[in-house]
Design a protein around this ligand. Structure first.
Ligand code: PLP
Length: 541
C-alpha cells in the first residue's frame, strides 16, 4: 500500500475534471477501483469494458514504465510512485501514443547504420534482456523517425516484433543534424525510408519525448526452436550424414521460365565425399556390418568419390581402406585420400570398372573386404529408400510432379533407383534420361552403358545422352556463372544433356552428383587450352 500521485490525461482528465490526484492503493487494479468509485460511471466506462477488462487504448505507466511490461494490473504500488493514465490519442505524440508490438518487417528505416554504431545497444539488450524504449514510426508510411539504433540492433538479434509508437507527421518537428548541408525535409526522410537510398546515421532528430518502456527481449524474438534436428545438431559425423538428408533441391532460375521449372538436387551437400557416393558408402558398410562380412580392411575400385565416402565412414568404425584409382583421374584425389588415411593404388586403366577383377583378386588374397559398388545391391537400395523417395517428397512439397529427371550413369545406382521409383509411382509420364561420356571421352564418375551396369537393366530409361568432356566443363562453367554453384563435371554433363533435350515446358530435375572443387585440374586445363586457342590471356566470359 502506498500513497501515489496519479496524473490523468485526455478524456480521463476531462471526465475527472482533475489532472492530478493523490490516492492510497496497493496495486494498479486497486487504484483503478478507487478512481472509478471516486469519479463515477462514465469515468469507469472509459477505463474498463463491460467485461471489466481494462480498455486496450488506455496506457498506464508506473514511474514511466508501461504496466503491460511489468505486472499488468497486479503491479504493486509504493509510497511516492507516480502513475500516468493516458488514453491513446490518435496521432498523439510522446508518451501519449500507444506502444504496439508490430512485425519488424513492416517498418522502414530512413537511416543506414553501421554495425559498430549499434553494437553497444545490441550488447546491452543481450545482457539485460530488456528493451527500454520504443521505435517511433510515421503512421502512414511506417518509416522510422526515431530509434534506428534499436531497429538495427533488434534486426541483428533476429527479432520478429518490435515495439513502436505511431505518430502523425504534423504532430512533430524535425531537426536536421547534417551540419553544413541543406536541412532535411520530411519528404526526404519518407522517401529515404520507402525508396532509399537510406540517409547517413544520425541525419535528423524528431523533437518529441519518447516514453520509457520495459519489454522483455524474449517477447520480441521468435519462439525458440528446441528441436535439435531442425537446428542441425548431430551426435556424430555419421548422424550428420543420414540425419542431414534430404540433400537440397534448388530451383535453377537461369534455366526456368513461365512454363518450365528446372530443379537441381545437390548431392554435393553430403558431408564426407561431398557427393552422392556418401549414401552408398554408408549403405554398403552398414550392410556388411549386418551380414557380419566386414573385415579390418576394405578394398575398392573408385574414381574418387566412393573412395572418400568409404574411407571416411570406415574411419568412424576403425576400419582401414585401400583404394584402386584409374590413372585418368585427377591427382588431387590422392591428397584428399592421404589426409583421410587411405592407401591409394593408381592403376593403368581408363575406367574404374576395369579394375574390379584385380581388386577382387587382391582382396581375397589379402583377406580384405571388397564391397564392390558395381555389384552391391546396397547401392541400388539406398537410393531407392532415400534418394528417390526424398526427391518425390521435396517435389510434392512444392506441388510438383516431375516430367523429366536427368542424371549421370556410373554404377547406374542412383539413376536406376530413381527410374524404378518414379516410373512405378507415376508411370511413363516421367521421362528418365541417363547421361554418359561420348565415345573416348573421360568424365570422372560416369561411363558408357556398354561397359556394363547392373541395375540399369532392371529399369527403363527413355534416353541416354552422350556428352563430351569439354561440353560438360562448359555447362558447369555456365551454371557457376549464372547460379553461382560450382558443380562437378558429371553434373555439368547433366546440364549439357538438359540443354540438348529439354522442351519449353515441364518440370525438370537434374541430379548433380558432386561439386566442382575436385576438378580444378580439368578446369585449369580447359582455361589453358582456351587461352592458347585464342592466343590471348583473357579468360572468356
Ligand atoms: N558423378 C560422379 C561425380 C560420381 O562420382 C558418380 C559415381 O561414382 C556418378 C556420377 C554416377 O553415380 P552412380 O554410380 O550412382 O551411377
Amino acid at each position: 500500500m502506498g500513497k501515489v500521485k496519479v496524473k490523468l490525461y485526455g478524456v480521463l482528465k476531462e471526465e475527472a475534471k482533475e489532472k492530478e490526484v493523490e490516492v492510497e492503493a496497493s496495486t494498479v487494479e486497486h487504484l483503478l477501483r478507487i478512481l472509478a468509485t471516486r469519479f463515477g460511471n462514465s469515468f469507469a466506462e472509459k477505463v474498463y469494458d463491460h467485461n471489466g477488462a481494462i480498455r486496450r487504448f488506455i496506457n498506464i505507466y508506473v514511474n514511466g514504465r508501461d504496466i503491460r511490461f511489468i505486472n499488468r494490473l497486479h503491479t504493486a504500488l509504493m509510497d511516492g510512485d507516480e502513475v500516468s493514465m493516458i488514453p491513446a490519442v490518435s496521432g498523439g505524440s510522446g508518451p501519449s501514443g500507444e506502444v504496439k508490438l508490430v512485425e519488424l518487417e513492416s517498418v522502414k528505416p530512413a537511416e543506414y547504420m553501421n554495425v559498430k554504431e549499434v553494437s553497444l545497444l545490441y550488447a546491452n539488450m543481450l545482457k539485460t534482456g530488456i528493451v527500454n524504449h520504443p521505435i517511433l514510426i510515421e503512421r502512414e508510411s511506417r518509416v522510422i523517425l526515431d530509434g534506428h539504433d534499436l531497429f538495427y540492433s533488434l534486426d541483428l538479434l533476429s527479432a520478429a516484433k518490435i515495439p513502436v509508437i505511431e505518430i502523425e507527421l504534423s504532430k512533430v518537428r524535425v531537426k536536421s543534424l547534417q551540419h553544413g548541408l541543406k536541412p532535411i525535409t520530411w519528404e526526404k526522410i519518407i522517401e529515404a525510408g520507402i525508396n532509399g537510398p537510406k540517409l547517413p546515421p544520425k541525419s535528423f532528430r524528431v523533437l518529441v519525448e519518447i516514453p520509457q518502456i520495459n519489454i522483455p527481449l524474449k517477447d520480441l524474438l521468435p519462439a525458440l526452436d528446441k528441436n535439435a534436428e531442425n537446428l542441425k545438431v548431430y551426435n556424430s559425423s555419421l548422424e550428420l550424414l543420414y540425419r542431414g538428408w534430404p540433400t537440397p533441391l534448388v530451383k535453377l532460375n537461369s534455366l526456368s521460365n513461365d512454363k518450365r521449372s528446372v530443379w537441381a538436387k545437390l548431392e554435393g551437400f553430403n558431408p564426407f565425399s561431398n557427393s552422392v557416393k556418401d549414401r552408398i558408402g554408408w549403405s554398403m558398410l552398414n550392410d556388411a556390418l549386418e551380414r557380419g562380412t566386414l573385415g579390418q580392411v576394405i578394398y575398392e575400385a573408385t574414381s574418387t568419390n566412393t573412395g572418400i565416402a568409404l574411407t571416411s565412414i570406415a574411419n568412424t568404425l576403425g576400419v582401414k581402406a585401400k583404394l584402386y584409382i584409374p590413372q585418368t583421374i585427377q591427382k588431387v584425389s590422392d591428397v584428399y585420400l592421404e589426409v583421410l588415411g587411405a592407401e591409394v593404388v593408381r592403376l593403368p586403366v581408363g575406367l574404374t570398372v576395369e579394375a574390379i577383377g584385380q581388386v577382387d583378386f587382391q582382396a581375397k588374397a589379402d583377406n580384405a573386404t571388397h564391397l564392390n559398388q558395381f555389384e552391391n545391391d546396397a547401392n541400388f537400395k539406398v537410393h531407392l529408400k532415400y534418394t528417390a523417395r526424398e526427391l518425390d517428397q521435396q517435389l510434392q512439397s512444392v506441388g510438383l510432379k516431375p516430367s523429366c529427371i536427368i542424371g549421370g550413369l556410373g554404377t547406374s545406382g542412383h539413376m536406376s533407383a530413381i527410374s524404378f521409383y518414379f516410373k512405378n509411382r507415376y508411370g511413363d509420364d516421367v521421362k528418365i534420361v541417363g547421361v554418359q561420356p561420348a565415345p573416348n571421352e573421360v568424365i570422372p564418375g560416369i561411363r558408357r552403358v556398354e561397359t556394363g551396369m547392373k541395375w540399369l537393366h532392371w529399369v527403363d530409361f527413355d534416353e541416354v545422352v552422350d556428352v563430351k568432356q569439354v561440353e560438360a566443363i562448359e555447362a558447369a562453367i555456365g551454371i557457376a556463372r549464372k547460379e553461382g554453384l560450382l558443380i562437378g563435371l558429371s553434373a555439368g554433363a547433366v546440364v549439357h544433356a538438359f540443354n540438348k533435350i529439354s522442351k519449353d515446358d515441364g518440370v525438370y530435375v537434374l541430379i548433380f552428383p558432386d561439386t566442382g572443387y575436385k576438378y580444378a585440374e580439368q578446369f585449369e586445363n580447359y582455361f589453358k587450352n582456351l587461352k592458347e586457342q585464342r592466343g590471348c590471356n583473357a579468360v572468356d566470359r
